[in-house]
Design a protein around this ligand. Structure first.
Ligand SMILES: NC(=O)c1ccc[n+]([C@@H]2O[C@H](COP(=O)([O-])OP(=O)(O)OC[C@H]3O[C@@H](n4cnc5c(N)ncnc54)[C@H](OP(=O)(O)O)[C@@H]3O)[C@@H](O)[C@H]2O)c1
Length: 214
């Protein structure tokens, strides 16, 4: 696949590198310095390059939205027309201090994002995992007992793309249902962050949803 990274920080930088190493063509975009994007592309290998958000969006099979909530409008305006594109969003609707969700209960960041870009196919994914563990999970590539990663969205073909990329990153994709379920996965992401950074779980905390059978 051709994957555009909109926001090449902790999440976008790592996931873009993992996708490029898994064989996808990746364009890193949106950082404050062009040299950072070029460095990421160099480290990720020959499948990756640096570009503008518009270049990342051009011909992309999937776009990863990985910016702070306050930067969503800016990066989308730079990306241009995203009609028909699969947008995997790991962006959480956080306040400026990153201490609380600014949207919850009756809607979600993912649903508000989908309203901004109604022609795009928004899938909420990768926001329930701390960036620190992404390389470890992808390198371990466990066959059984992979950590679970929940995702949700309203477009089935977009969700199939997301599930492939979640598997490529070393996780077991768990379809949580339509996009409105992001109302529950976004607060769940804060629980994971709380356990990872302030509890005694640590960022390497892994979770699996197990099926109990007789
Ligand atoms: N980090 C996590 O563990 C984690 C986990 C789950 C969900 N999330 C969510 O994922 C999203 C991304 O998080 P993150 O930790 O990856 O954030 P981040 O490291 O701050 O990355 C954001 C990217 O946006 C770029 N950026 C910010 N302002 C810009 C501007 N004015 N012009 C151009 N580029 C600009 C940053 O550039 P620079 O590289 O130059 O700073 C960086 O590349 C957030 O919504 C967060 O809530 C994060």
């Amino acid at each position: 696949m051709r994957i555009g990274i909109l926001g090449s920080g902790l999440m976008g930088g790592k996931l873009g590198t993992i996708f490029a190493r898994a064989g996808h063509e990746v364009v890193f975009s949106y950082a404050r310095r062009k040299e950072k994007l070029e460095g990421l592309a160099r480290d990720a290998g020959w499948k990756a390059r640096a570009g503008t958000p518009a270049e990342a969006a051009q011909n992309a099979d999937a776009l990863l939205l990985a910016v702070h909530w306050s930067r969503v409008d800016d990066v989308l305006s730079q990306a241009g027309d995203v009609s028909g594109k699969v947008i995997l969003s790991c962006s959480l609707p956080m306040n400026a201090e990153d201490t609380a969700l600014v949207i919850a209960h009756t809607t979600s960041g993912a649903e508000e994002l989908a309203k901004k870009i109604p022609q795009a196919r928004v899938v909420s994914a990768f926001n329930t995992v701390p960036s620190e563990v992404l390389f470890g999970v992808s390198e371990a590539r466990l066959k059984d007992r992979r950590p679970s990663l929940v995702y949700c969205g309203d477009d089935e073909s977009g969700k199939a793309v997301a599930a492939d990329l979640i598997r490529d990153a070393g996780f077991d994709p768990v379809d949580a249902g339509p996009l409105r379920i992001a109302r529950y996965t976004e607060p769940f992401a804060l629980l994971v962050a709380q356990l990872a950074y302030e509890g005694d779980g640590g960022p390497e905390l892994a979770y699996r949803f197990e099926r109990f059978e007789e």
